[in-house]
Write a protein that binds this ligand. Structure first.
Ligand code: NDP
Length: 447
């Protein structure tokens, strides 16, 4: 069967098998659309059914999470873990706690994770998990009881050589701590079963910063290839969670001026440049809303609603909140305002139509699976440190991160060029990530 026909057949099968999961369809479509030339060149991938197997998770877990709130009410949420592909190593990917979570979100994230982890060059397969639990407004004790119930079921399916979850939206150091404690208690083992752990009990220096820093490193690398630098540029960032905060920190260290941040209620614009100490205090310590920022910095403005954020004029746009937050209209405004580069800190924050606008207007576009791979890369380094029972210095972990991000940029650019899509890093990242996974699947036989 010719490559294009096969791609269409596989995509139709995905639609049929996974109805009502548009985010998963979108993630698969984007990857499949890049693979025609790769299949033409490697007929063995077609013969071995690599595509058909790649889009079907190896294992899908759905489970009940019963817990009790502070008033003594019984509550029930739904938990998920998708163990998508283990060709390159044990399943690896974060856990998301957000009310919007359902199987389609976890599948899209797990699918992206396969190729992202491949790009890091480390031995990690792809997986993802989560629950439709909303940590907002819950007490520490409620979050703890929820995490304990979640891991009480999940602990049967994970392990340091099997499946190693980490954080994502709504899951940070606090939640990883509660899950690790409960896992240790049930299994009676102290192992590197989760990453993003506290520094005193197996965490890696630079893990907290890794996704945001990595995003800025790869952005700087892409600018360098075009004879430019972040120094002196205006940067617009969305979100105000882990990725957004550390992208802001590194962009500021490199001389960029970050002028926006947001949360799910609205965004701030600070013409003087965002004060990161204030943001860290509000978001990391007090767990407050970004709106409070303008009470402290009088020149800053708060706007209710998120979409207007991309109307603020900037040179660099780094969407770091959530999927499909930047649409075609927003992309057109960014182009009109002279934005030269867009780096996806979040997973799939730009709609396919927005990506088209960037590619058609010579805006450098760094897709999430390359641009936000720094987090899972340092998680991989945390696993390596745990296996050796040692801890690296911050400098060593950060240097490795920088090296990995530079290599991802290089490999993605080269793959794009080799397969006739020079300058298209969406194609380059998908192709470079796919080839390694496909070769491993071929070598491991029909599994
Ligand atoms: P956090 O939970 O720390 O922060 C998420 C931020 O995005 C918050 O400001 C949140 O606002 C905002 N947000 C979440 N959902 C929505 C929504 N539906 N609409 C508008 N804003 C929203 O998560 P992270 O920073 O860890 O993750 C952000 C993105 O980066 C996600 O796409 C994640 O998958 C991706 N990512 C994260 C990695 C990591 O290492 N943490 C690694 C690779 C990718 P609010 O507080 O109001 O909910």
């Amino acid at each position: 069967m010719p490559a294009n026909e096969l791609i269409q057949t596989v995509y139709e099968q995905v639609l049929k098998r996974n109805p009502g999961e548009p985010e998963f369809h979108q993630a698969v479509r984007e990857v499949l659309d890049c693979l025609g030339p790769v299949l033409d060149k490697n007929p063995d991938y077609v013969k071995a059914g690599i595509l058909e197997r790649l889009v079907e998770p190896e294992r899908q877990l759905i489970f009940r999470i019963p817990w009790q709130d502070d008033k003594g009410n019984f509550r029930v949420n739904r938990g998920f873990r998708i163990e998508f592909n283990s060709a390159l190593g044990p399943y690896k990917g974060g856990i998301r706690f957000h009310p919007s979570v359902y199987i389609g979100i976890i599948k899209f994230l797990g699918f992206e994770q396969i190729l992202k982890n491949s790009l890091t060059g480390l031995m990690m397969g792809g997986g993802k998990g989560g629950a439709d639990f909303d940590p907002k407004g819950k007490s520490d004790n409620e979050v703890m009881r929820f995490c304990q119930s979640f891991i009480t079921e999940l602990c049967r399916h994970i392990g340091p050589d099997t499946d190693i979850p980490a954080g994502d939206i709504g899951v940070g150091g606090r939640e990883i701590g509660y899950m690790f404690g409960q896992y240790k208690r049930i299994r009676n083992e102290f192992t590197g079963v989760l990453t993003g752990k506290g520094l005193e009990w197996g965490g890696s220096l630079a893990r907290t910063e890794a996704t945001g820093y990595g995003l800025v490193y790869i952005t700087e690398e892409a600018l360098k290839a075009n004879g430019k630098s972040i120094d002196g540029m205006t940067v617009s960032i969305s979100g105000s969670g882990n990725v957004a905060i550390y992208a802001t920190e590194k962009a500021q260290q490199l001389g960029g001026k970050v002028i926006t941040l947001s949360d799910s209620n609205g965004f701030i614009y600070d013409p003087d440049g965002v004060n990161l100490d204030t943001v860290k205090q509000l978001k990391e310590v007090e767990r407050k809303r970004i709106k409070q920022y303008v009470a402290i910095h009088k020149n800053a403005k708060y706007t209710e609603g998120c979409s207007g954020i991309w109307g603020v004029k900037c040179d660099i746009a780094l969407p770091c909140a959530t999927q499909n937050e930047l649409d075609e209209d927003a992309a057109k405004i960014l182009v009109k305002n002279g934005c030269i580069i867009v780096g996806e800190g979040a997973n799939m924050p730009c709609t396919p139509e927005a990506v088209e606008v960037f590619l058609n207007n010579n805006v450098v576009f760094l897709p999430g699976k390359a641009a936000n791979a720094g987090g899972v890369a340092v998680s991989g380094l945390e696993m390596a440190q745990n296996s050796q029972r040692i801890a690296w210095t911050f400098e060593k972990a950060e240097a490795e991160l920088k090296n990995i991000m530079t290599t991802i940029y290089k490999n993605s650019s080269e793959a794009a060029e080799e397969y006739g899509r020079a300058g298209n890093l969406v194609a380059g990242a998908n192709i470079a990530g796919f080839i390694k996974v496909a070769n491993a699947m071929l070598a491991q036989g029909l599994v």
